[in-house]
Design a protein around this ligand. Structure first.
Ligand code: BGC
Length: 762
């Protein structure tokens, strides 16, 4: 009887556990993600694997040549080969090209006991060999289809070179332009960032992960990396619950819902616990609440770095913390391969957790079709045909044009006339064929970008004279080393001044070198680096007709240029076709439609500056000259160029803003947009809301919808948006998504500073 009772109790408990787990999975959509046939194959394979082989799946090694992080002191090539042969390596990164990938895959498949193929990772951030604009620039297009296409062609080119997994998209929101990695994200806004995260994931992964033209994507860096204190890369992150839930998490959730198959954790600590060893992030939120069924890879060496953080006492402890917290794969720490087996034997890590991690990794390998054909990405003919193909060149050129933002255009200096003009082109970046490739350009060859000089030379009916003016950098410019900026040599100024004197228009290409932003490239001064500001002012003295073309990987502080230079074009680092895209915009063959995805500050002291700030209790000046309000005594609160700003060669008007109630929790907003200029153009119509009061204070504005319209001169269109609970609600501090009844405002226009507004109640 006792025995029967115990058994039935056990059955009830087991049933309850199964049911609640199933409910949880269904609620998160997990069941639809899993394929029964694959799960069966994974289970069969797992049952044959030794503990060491399972841990092997959790071990990722860098290739033998390229290094994208600090060079490891252990793990020489011969040891890596030995581990590969034993089946102690589940993945490699930075092994590229059909020959190299085939060589390592052959060892895994033909020389190991179980022949489990490797998953091959690479930073395909904005292209493989043919580069699109840097991700921040792509975000400036607000064109989700183009962004998806850009990721899709990047996947096609990378997969042709043997790669089946990219460490992208980076979906970290950041409000700090000092942080060099803003170039790799979608900017400061959660709503835009979430939409772009979805577009990128779908672009990389397509509808069928098993297709040889798609690759697994990776949402990174989980989490909070973009909030590094003082914008210094890898620095401490300390953020409150509301910011975590409402600003940082949503793009990751959007990527998860879009089916992203892997995550990468981040280097930073979050509220005292390094992300790599953070069970709240990896187990509770990602794999628990969100039901993520893919795997989490550590960032480069981030398991070991928990020792320096002061969280782990040694490598063994770091491996214990990371695996228990849910980091499934170790990138270049050598911690799992060296320590995990002993940790399991000592009972410090449960073998079920190892099984779970290995299962997640094997699942993705099955989904990629690697078990059906481990060499499916290793076809020499495809490699030759696809890399650099016309389709990819066309897509990156299209993306480059769409990414350009016209910041200022006084007296319609732009577009340039196509004939009869003397144009002076000035600036080292104008002739640079490498810098436009940006920071993440590991597979692109130097000097393969079209320079602005080359792009402008296509317009032959004008006279074009080029003068460098000054070098931007000195010596070698390479990915892992500090840049040396020219801060003294102005010997070539006179020649540039002379060239400018006699020109009708001067085009100056100034800004940051491609390696001036990106990982570990934080800056405290966001002005034009080196002697470029002096050069700009020297040229301005002899010719005021200047078009300033900016190349940069982050917002810059350029108040002098804004006050003096009539036309300013934000051209970021636009990739392989950079010069063509810029020339087409300068000459009006392409009418710019980009909008800033990140606020441009007036000065570094304003940072973090972002459009969706909170009002504070003292938002306005109480009386003339009185100090007791939230402000600076030496600078205004407003940005130089706001989020969402971007001009066109035409103008648009906004009228007839109307809000109609659809139901208790839903409204329809419509507005008439008209092209009031003389040429056809595209406009990103932006909708913002403000929830006037809430149990958690709400920002003064929040982007909740946008739509790109294309209009001929004098044409108009009615644009409508639906606002539902998804747009009107927010996460409270318990992590629940709520819609609180009350007063709202809606704003519609061509930037976050739009003035057309209406009120409604929910
Ligand atoms: C970066 C990651 C990158 C990894 C592999 C790290 O240093 O933070 O974003 O994917 O290296 O190259």
């Amino acid at each position: 009887m006792k025995k029967y009772k115990l058994n039935s109790l056990l059955i009830v408990v087991l049933l309850m556990a199964t049911v609640s787990c199933k409910d949880k999975m269904e609620a998160s959509g997990e069941t639809s993600n899993l394929n029964d046939a694959i799960e069966k194959k994974v289970s069969e394979l797992l049952s044959k694997m030794t503990l060491e082989e399972k841990i092997g799946q959790m071990n990722q090694y860098n290739g033998f040549w390229d290094v994208t992080g600090p060079t490891p002191s252990t793990g020489d090539a011969s040891k890596k080969y030995e581990h590969l042969k034993k089946g102690y390596v589940g993945s490699m990164l930075n092994v590229t090209g059909v020959d190299e990938v085939r060589a390592v895959q052959k060892i895994a498949v033909e020389e190991t006991r179980l022949g489990i193929p490797l998953i091959i990772g690479f930073d395909v951030i904005h292209g493989y060999e043919t580069l699109s604009p840097i991700p921040l620039a792509e975000a400036a297009s607000w064109d989700l289809e183009a962004i998806k296409k850009s990721a899709q062609v990047a996947a096609k080119e990378a997969s042709a070179a043997g790669i089946n997994w990219t460490f992208a998209p980076m979906v970290d929101i950041s409000r700090d332009a000092r942080w060099g990695r803003v170039m790799e994200g979608a900017g400061e806004d959660t709503y835009l960032g979430s939409k772009i995260a979805i577009a990128r994931v779908k672009g990389f992964q397509g509808d069928d992960l098993a297709s040889p033209e798609t690759i697994a994507a990776c949402a990174k860096h989980w989490a909070g990396y973009g909030f590094a204190e003082s914008g210094r890369d890898y620095n401490t992150v300390d953020v409150g619950t509301s910011t975590l839930n409402n600003i940082i998490f949503p793009p990751f959730k959007a990527a998860t819902d879009a089916g992203v198959r892997t995550f990468m954790n981040s280097f930073n600590e979050l509220n005292g616990i390094p992300a790599t060893g953070n069970a709240f992030l990896q187990r509770d939120i990602l794999k628990g609440k969100w039901g993520f069924t893919g795997f989490v890879v550590s960032d480069w060496g981030s398991i070991n770095e928990m020792i320096a953080h002061g969280h782990a006492k040694n490598k063994k402890h770091a491996a214990e913390l990371a695996s228990n917290a849910g980091s499934d794969m170790d990138m270049e720490s050598y911690a799992y391969v060296e320590e995990l087996a002993n940790l399991v034997r000592e009972g410090l890590v449960k073998e079920t957790l190892i099984d779970d991690a290995a299962r997640r990794i094997l699942r993705i390998k099955f989904e990629l079709g690697l078990f059906d054909d481990p060499y499916k990405y290793c076809n020499k003919e495809t490699e030759k045909r696809v890399i650099g193909s016309q389709e990819i060149q066309d897509a990156v050129l299209d993306m480059a044009k769409k990414s350009i933002v016209l910041l200022k255009n006084e007296n319609a200096l732009l577009p340039l006339k196509k004939e009869g003009q003397k144009i002076a082109l000035i600036g080292a970046l104008a002739a640079d064929k490498t810098s436009p490739l940006g920071s993440w350009r590991l597979a692109a060859k130097d000097s393969t970008a079209v320079s602005v000089l080359e792009g402008m030379q296509d317009y032959k009916s004008n006279t074009l004279t080029y003068a460098k003016g000054a070098d931007l950098t000195l010596g070698q410019t390479v990915f892992p080393l500090e840049l040396i900026i020219n801060t003294t040599d102005k010997s070539e100024f006179p020649e540039a001044i002379q060239t400018a004197k006699t020109a009708d228009v001067v085009v100056m290409v100034l800004g940051e070198h491609g390696f001036h932003s990106g990982e570990a490239r934080s800056r405290t001064d966001l002005g034009l680096p080196g002697v470029q500001q002096e050069l700009l002012e020297a040229i301005y003295k002899v010719n005021k007709n200047i078009v300033l073309v900016l190349n940069n990987g982050r917002p810059l502080t350029i108040p002098w240029a804004d006050a003096h230079i009539p036309a300013i074009v934000e051209a970021w680092q636009l990739g392989t076709k950079s010069g063509n895209a810029i020339a087409q915009v300068l000459y009006g063959d392409y009418n710019p439609s980009g909008k800033l995805p990140m606020t441009f500050p007036r000065s570094v002291g304003q940072i973090p500056i972002y459009y969706n700030y909170k009002n504070t209790g003292r938002p306005v000046i109480p009386a003339p000259n009185e100090v007791f309000w939230s402000h600076y005594t030496d600078e205004s609160n407003t940005p130089l160029y706001p989020f969402g700003h971007g001009l066109s060669y035409t103008t648009f008007s906004y009228n007839n803003l109307l809000v109609e109630k659809i139901s208790g929790e839903e409204v329809k907003v419509s507005v008439k947009v008209k092209n009031t200029g003389n040429v056809a153009g595209k406009e990103v119509v932006q909708l913002y809301i403000r929830d006037i009061f809430g149990s958690i204070t709400r920002p003064v504005k929040e982007l909740k919808g946008f739509e790109m319209v294309s209009l001929g001169p004098n044409k108009d269109v009615k644009v409508s948006f639906r606002l539902t609970k998804n747009e009107l609600g927010f996460f409270n501090n318990e992590g629940d998504f709520v819609l609180e009844p009350g007063d709202f405002k809606v704003f519609v226009g061509g930037s976050s500073e739009t003035v057309l507004e209406a009120d409604f109640k929910i």
